[in-house]
Write a protein that binds this ligand. Sequence first.
Ligand SMILES: NC(=O)c1ccc[n+]([C@@H]2O[C@H](COP(=O)([O-])OP(=O)(O)OC[C@H]3O[C@@H](n4cnc5c(N)ncnc54)[C@H](OP(=O)(O)O)[C@@H]3O)[C@@H](O)[C@H]2O)c1
Length: 261
Amino acid sequence: MEYQGRTALITGASAGIGVAYAEEFARRGSNLILVARRADLLEKLASKIAAYSTVEVTLIPMDLSTLDAGQNLVDKVSALGLDVDFLINNAGFGTNARIEDEDRATVQQEIVLNVATLVDLTAAFIKPMIERNSGAVVNIASTASYQPVPGMAVYAATKAFVRSFTAAVWGEVSDTNVRVLAVSPGATKTEFFDIAGAKPAGRLVPVENVIKTTFKALDAKNSKPAVIDGGSNRLMASISRILPTSVVTKVAAGLFLPKRE
Ligand SMILES: NC(=O)c1ccc[n+]([C@@H]2O[C@H](COP(=O)([O-])OP(=O)(O)OC[C@H]3O[C@@H](n4cnc5c(N)ncnc54)[C@H](OP(=O)(O)O)[C@@H]3O)[C@@H](O)[C@H]2O)c1
């Protein structure tokens, strides 16, 4: 994979895993289009990157959790005359509540951001990649995609969608040089659990682990549709595939299902 002089669009680049993707693409010489709501954090990151890299950094502060957000972002990128070689659909959030206690508006934003916007951006930006016969789409799923998660029912379902959708699109472009990859981090040290109001199950790993796993897969000779970060997470996902759904769902409930009020 050639990174130098190409352009990576990263959603959710104001915090956590997205910041680490931005820094790694910059190190590899890719120009950046950084998207998230918090403009001040995007500006801070752009200044940090400018201290060690000469890549061009374009900031697009916007909310991606509305139904027209994906198309609006595509229009903004097109108006700037920029081509996207690498699309990193990373923006996302989770909520931790019993389904009857979930806030309806928040859950709708969660579904639109984690699913609808990711689909819109993939569809729009993969077309020119196919025409150029190069590029990559990286969609951030989660180990939560490998089993239903009572207490995070909506979040886990959005991530199962991301993994299934990404594998299908991988199958659609397998006759080209375009890479399509779903990355499933396990519990990772970011703002994610605070925002979800959830307690992480197990040790939090540094964001750099997710970045290493991603680039190892992108740079591998053979294209794979999905990758899981961390050996123990890979083991748990394999076990989840073998055990009955009733069993793995009860185990997940023990980790994330809040007590009834
Ligand atoms: N951390 C984990 O344990 C873990 C595990 C598995 C999967 N993941 C996935 O990894 C991805 C990155 O999460 P993270 O762990 O880095 O969490 P994070 O630290 O909370 O970062 C989330 C990013 O998404 C952006 N975002 C949230 N809502 C947005 C909106 N409405 N519009 C635009 N951008 C929005 C945030 O920026 P603004 O708030 O500035 O908009 C932030 O940059 C997510 O898809 C998450 O589901 C995380």
